[in-house]
Design a protein. Structure first.
Length: 97
């Protein structure tokens, strides 16, 4: 169990580090991201280990990675770029009565 926990934390940290490097403008401050990834992976790995029991290390690490990605996706915000304008004809709205 200890190796699964350490593996899940290492996997979560690697995912968080990759997300922080790839999407710095859409994520909040870096320490929050780097702390959320391993803790989410550890939680996901623990829940999977409790449900499946021992002997399923590959599945446990896969679930840990998926939970880490899912929780990190909740931290994503809007990008710093202004929204793109759609091209098209402007249609006048009907008058209000």
């Amino acid at each position: 169990m200890i190796w699964e926990a350490l593996g899940a934390m290492a996997l979560g940290f690697a995912i968080a580090y990759a997300a922080a490097r790839r999407l710095p403008e859409r994520l909040p401050n870096r320490p929050l991201v780097l702390a959320t990834g391993p803790s989410a992976a550890l939680l996901g790995g623990l829940i999977c280990h409790i449900v499946l029991g021992g002997g399923h290390s590959l599945v446990t690490l896969t679930v840990a990675a998926l939970v880490s990605v899912a929780i990190l996706s909740l931290l994503l915000g809007e990008s710093a770029r202004p929204p793109q304008r759609r091209l098209g004809a402007k249609v006048a709205s009907p008058p209000h009565a």
